[in-house]
Design a protein around this ligand. Structure first.
Ligand SMILES: NC(=O)c1ccc[n+]([C@@H]2O[C@H](COP(=O)([O-])OP(=O)(O)OC[C@H]3O[C@@H](n4cnc5c(N)ncnc54)[C@H](O)[C@@H]3O)[C@@H](O)[C@H]2O)c1
Ligand SMILES: [Zn+2]
Length: 355
């Protein structure tokens, strides 16, 4: 087991991430017993797969299963969860255990932040994406209609239990989704890049993924520790995401992680055109992203998607598009392009890459 300790600057708040095979079975019952009252939030899929395990490890603890899926990460579901907590008579010294993917983690974290002005929260991420990304850092939110993550709060969990045992039931699409963020971390961290490059022929191998999860969590934790509220360094985690979000908003056909991989390729090409960079390294990064994608994406709506990049909240004005571009191993740069130029180059890059 590895323990990653988050110590947030200027706050009397620490958070531990415990990771490794067996962590869930070992730590979950002990943690549940350590609170006066516990409440387990999960979703319908995770309950179907792990419901028996949950009741065996935490008998008599109420389990509330929200309907699975991003479309349910809405205020109405949040209110249903809060209502269930009231019904169970949860007190302010209780703890909400969010057992599921990023959707359960985000909405559960927000429910814990709101209930009686804040109760404790433990995150048990069950997807690859939730382990390497969403469960670490304390961002919680729900969507409001079509606007993603617009209602939320910063709230650090007491503890995160990241156990690779959960990966065994993940469909390939969810593995690729998590790989998107792992390759992004590789673009920001030389050590992770080297590991990924050396193992590029087994990127979806569960043993390999289990081994690299802790380094990915450590990378995200390091960034969050230095910039919890996203005023500087945390923006690096947006690498590949300006283009990813634009494509995702435009066509919604692939998983978020697949769009991040495509966005990383496009933004590496933008770096080659506009920034001083290491071209040979960027070629390798692009090859890695393509391997993680498992094939060449075809028919991307480049011309229509550019418009959505204008809506990105990271842009200061409507006339510029800001991307966090990879430039050299472990290095990135913020690149600000006039909208018309971004639009033209996105089309050119997609055509030239065969997307
Ligand atoms: N808070 C943050 O910093 C942050 C960062 C990145 C993403 N997010 C959010 O995370 C969400 C995406 O997370 P996600 O990709 O985990 O999606 P998700 O929670 O919808 O999970 C994906 C699917 O996998 C199922 N599932 C979960 N665990 C499983 C398991 N072990 N075996 C089989 N199926 C399982 C779920 O029921 C769901 O159908 C988005 O809402 C996104 O906004 C938040
Ligand atoms: Zn992402």
């Amino acid at each position: 087991m590895q323990t990653i300790h988050l110590d947030l600057k200027g706050k009397d708040k620490t958070s531990d991430v415990l990771c490794g095979e067996g962590v869930f079975e070992r730590e979950f019952p002990r943690l549940v017993r350590s609170y006066a009252q516990s409440f387990i939030l999960t979703d319908s899929n995770v309950k179907r797969l792990y419901g028996d395990k949950l009741s065996a490890l935490a008998p008599d603890v109420p389990v509330y299963a929200m309907p699975a899926g991003e479309e349910n990460k809405q205020p109405s579901t949040l209110v249903d969860i809060l209502r269930a907590m009231v019904k169970e008579g949860m007190h302010r010294n209780g703890c909400l255990f969010a057992v599921g993917g990023g959707v359960v983690g985000d909405i559960g974290g927000l429910a814990a932040a709101l209930y009686m002005r804040g109760i404790s929260c433990v995150q048990v991420p069950t997807t690859l994406l939730a382990q390497v990304d969403s469960s670490v850092g304390g961002k919680t939110a729900v969507d409001l209609d079509d606007v993603k993550n617009v209602v939320g709060a910063f709230r650090q969990p007491e503890i995160v239990l990241a156990d690779p045992m959960f990966f065994a039931t993940l469909p390939p699409r969810e593995i690729r989704c998590g790989l998107g963020e792992i390759v992004k971390h590789g673009a920001l961290n030389a050590h992770i890049f080297d590991e990924l490059w050396e193992n590029r022929n087994r990127l979806t191998d569960l043993h390999f993924l289990s081994r690299i999860v802790p380094e990915n969590i450590r990378h995200k934790a390091d960034v969050v520790q230095q910039d919890e509220q996203e005023t500087g360094l945390r923006k690096s985690l947006n690498l590949g995401h300006t283009t990813a979000h634009a494509l995702e908003l435009c066509e919604k056909k692939r998983s978020h992680g697949e769009y991040v991989l495509i966005g990383t390729i496009v933004e590496a090409e933008l770096a080659k055109r506009h920034l001083e960079c290491d071209g040979e390294y960027l070629d390798r990064l692009e090859e890695l992203a393509l391997l993680a994608l498992g094939g060449m994406p075809k028919g991307l709506p480049a011309a229509e998607a550019a418009h959505f990049a204008q809506l990105d909240k990271k842009n200061k004005t409507n006339d510029t598009v800001v991307v966090t571009a990879p430039v050299r191993k472990g290095g990135y740069a913020l690149l600000s392009l006039p909208y018309a130029e971004y639009e033209k180059e996105l089309r050119e890059i997609c055509a030239q890459s065969g997307f």
